[in-house]
Structures are given as structure tokens and as C-alpha cells.
Ligand binder design. Sequence first.
Ligand SMILES: CC(C)(COP(=O)(O)OP(=O)(O)OC[C@H]1O[C@@H](n2cnc3c(N)ncnc32)[C@H](O)[C@@H]1OP(=O)(O)O)[C@@H](O)C(=O)NCCC(=O)NCCS
Length: 177
Amino acid sequence: MDIRPCRETDLELLETHMPSPGQTHRNAMRFDRQQEGLTTFLIAWSGEIPVGTAQILWQGCAAPEINQCFPACPELNGLGVWPPERRSHGIGTAIIHAAEAHLQRRGYRRIGLGVDDANHRAAALYLRLGYQETGCHYLDRYHYIDDHRTRHEVADPARFLIKQLPAAPIRGTAPAE
Ligand SMILES: CC(C)(COP(=O)(O)OP(=O)(O)OC[C@H]1O[C@@H](n2cnc3c(N)ncnc32)[C@H](O)[C@@H]1OP(=O)(O)O)[C@@H](O)C(=O)NCCC(=O)NCCS
């Protein structure tokens, strides 16, 4: 599976296969934030078809109470596989591993993510992949604009998980005996 940062030329295909909900223009907004250097917007491809996305928020979780507790801890945010029939085939896991590799290459030794209290399946996946409870709970606030251009504010109870990352291997060196 090819997983790489979004390019401007990907946006049309992305909108066709993983449409932004309502009138949010989510894909274009995520790309713009990447262009500003704030994020890396990862796309997983099955051939020519985008099947999953996530973004690395380099400045960490948007919730101030979490950012204060875990400064300089980038967050994996907005992970999703689409359509639902594509789920449970390892795409989410592959995106998470790709994101972790991006952090390791930049020298980060930990990654965080938030998971809604109601999303037990995603939480089980993260815990299985080595993410650990921090005990920090917060409200995950965001908005969306529906097809009638009405703005909805959402605040979902969530908790923050962290994974410690090993240092990236230095290329060209043999492992110690
Ligand atoms: C959460 C989500 C991103 C996970 O992505 P995914 O591609 O389904 O995840 P994976 O396939 O890597 O792993 C999930 C499951 O598939 C299983 N699995 C992994 N590789 C597999 C394979 N090759 N064959 C069959 N099953 C596999 C895993 O054991 C895991 O088990 P589960 O179904 O009991 O949870 C996806 O389900 C999704 O988009 N959900 C809706 C949005 C969402 O909740 N996002 C998370 C926000 S925090």
C-alpha cells in the first residue's frame, strides 16, 4: 500500500472517493494546512484510489488542556478509512505505522492521539498497536457545515493516548552484535 503526503493534484480524486462531509471542504482545508507547514496530510492509495487519510498535527493536539500537558507531542488526527467495506483489512494500521515513521524521521520519540469515549473499536486498535492511556480526558471540539450551509458545533468527550517511539535506525549501520 502506498501512503504518502497529499499533493494538490490528488484533491480531485480524493473528493471523488472520500468526499468531504456536507460543505466543509475538509480535504482542501487539510491540504492548505499542510502547505502552511502545520501538518502532514497522509493519503493511503489502493492503486489509483484513495482509501484512507490521516493528518499529523506537528504542533500537537488542538485542545489546549492536552497541549499544555503534552507540549511538543505531535498528534495523529482524523484517521479514517473509506468506504466502510475497506475497513478491517489493515489500512488503518498501515497509516498509523506510516505516520509513526514520519515522526521518527524528524527525531520525535512520542506520538499522541485522541479517541472518542464512544469509539471502542478504534481505541482497541490503538491499544493493540502500543498506544497507552494517559488518563487525560477532554472535549474534542470541531464544527461541520451541512448541505444546507448550517454550521454545527460539536464537543465529543475523548481521551488522549500516547505511544513512545524508538529512535529511527541510522541508514547504513549494522545492528550491534
Ligand atoms: C478506525 C479505522 C481508521 C481503523 O482502520 P481499519 O483499516 O479498519 O483498521 P485495521 O484494519 O488496520 O485494523 C482494524 C481491524 O482489522 C483487523 N485486521 C488488520 N489487518 C487485517 C487483515 N489483513 N485482514 C483482516 N483483518 C485485519 C484488526 O485486527 C482489527 O480488528 P477489529 O476489526 O476487531 O477492530 C477505521 O475503522 C475507520 O475509518 N473507522 C471510522 C472512523 C474512525 O473511527 N476513525 C478513528 C477516529 S479516532
